[in-house]
Design a protein around this ligand. Structure first.
Ligand SMILES: Cc1cc2nc3c(=O)[nH]c(=O)nc-3n(C[C@H](O)[C@H](O)[C@H](O)COP(=O)(O)OP(=O)(O)OC[C@H]3O[C@@H](n4cnc5c(N)ncnc54)[C@H](O)[C@@H]3O)c2cc1C
Length: 295
């Protein structure tokens, strides 16, 4: 099906984009990678009168880093992280290859994925695990929002109609710590959305004590979730079998899956338990292997 008619704007500066958004308000939609919006328009599930294509705004397509954080513009594509292994944030690389297929990964953006707020979005889970902050801006104000406070419900965020996601910031673990991560995804076929997705990341100090931990969950709640109770069980402990077991149990309690064609509530909860355990064990093995390597 063809989409309903719409007007198209392609601003090249943030000011221009904010101006058009202010002018057209609710009638307008931001177009980033188009990998969620355009299919919805073609199916006529969305019918914006105005599209504001932000792909020409180079400021929102940059990555910067200082000693404490990495900041990526909202237009960074999924595929960037598929080909970039950041040693202090391995979860980005671990996640990217699980999203859809190469065509979607080449166009879809990290900011678009967060703004779309699909409960099964892989970035939602991973960036929650990474304690990311989202920078949003309109013509008149800008603010940083912890991703934990950004998602409200299925396809609903705290974004106001005149706000645009411009950047995502991820705190960096201490340079001397070792960080391991895994993204585990149950899908009906390769490239599908998650039936259950689990993002796990841990940083260890020299003694093998966990200094930072993150667990994010996809497709087991109305929005992507963080298993903050499970995370707190990991901090300040070595990753023993007992600690891993407890954290896996807690994450399974913290999620809120619904039974549907893809699986029962019990099945999805059990998969969260299995994936958290599997992810943490793999990270612990990475840490032990690192100790065996000569410095
Ligand atoms: C076949 C297929 C399979 C897929 N499989 C997966 C999968 O396995 N896992 C997964 O996580 N995703 C999957 N996706 C979704 C994909 O990751 C999308 O790229 C992503 O959800 C949206 O990003 P986008 O840049 O394409 O956003 P768009 O489609 O351009 O926009 C999506 C929504 O967000 C709004 N928006 C976009 N950018 C901004 C911004 N900067 N500020 C404010 N609002 C904004 C738009 O107005 C729109 O409402 C799949 C998509 C397809 C087509």
């Amino acid at each position: 099906m063809f989409p309903y008619p719409f007007r198209y704007f392609a601003p090249t500066t943030p000011e221009e984009a904010f101006g058009v958004l202010e002018q057209y308000g609710d009638e307008a939609k931001i177009l980033a990678g188009g990998q969620s919006l355009l299919p919805m328009m073609k199916l006529r599930l969305a019918a914006p009168g105005v599209l504001i294509d932000i792909n020409g705004i180079s400021e929102w397509n940059r990555i910067t880093e200082d000693a404490h954080a990495l900041t990526q513009g909202s237009l960074i594509r999924h595929s960037h992280w598929e080909h970039t292994h950041h040693i202090r944030i391995p979860l980005l690389y671990e996640t990217a290859g699980h999203i859809a297929d190469p065509l979607v990964r080449n166009r879809g953006t990290v900011g678009g994925s967060l703004a779309h707020a699909d409960p099964a979005a892989d970035w939602g889970a991973s960036l929650l695990a990474l304690k990311a902050q989202v920078h949003v801006q309109s013509r008149v104000r800008e603010r940083w929002i912890a991703l934990r406070d950004f998602f409200i419900d299925t396809f609903v965020t705290v974004l106001e109609p005149q706000e645009i996601v411009t950047a995502i910031q991820i705190p960096l673990a201490s340079e001397t710590d070792f960080t391991g991560a895994r993204y585990l995804k149950l899908e009906r076929k390769v490239g599908d959305f998650a039936v259950v997705g689990v993002a796990v990341t841990c940083s260890f100090n020299d003694q093998g004590i966990v200094t930072e931990a993150g667990i994010g969950l996809a497709a087991v709640g109305a929005s992507p979730l963080s298993a903050s109770g499970a995370e707190s069980l990991l901090i300040n402990h070595p990753l023993t079998s007992e600690v891993i077991q407890e954290a896996a149990e807690r994450a399974a309690e913290e999620c809120d899956p619904q039974s549907d064609r893809r699986g029962s509530e019990e099945y999805k909860r059990a998969m969260v338990r299995v994936f958290v355990k599997r992810g943490l064990r793999a990270i612990q093995a990475d840490w032990e292997n690192r100790l065996k390597k000569p410095a």
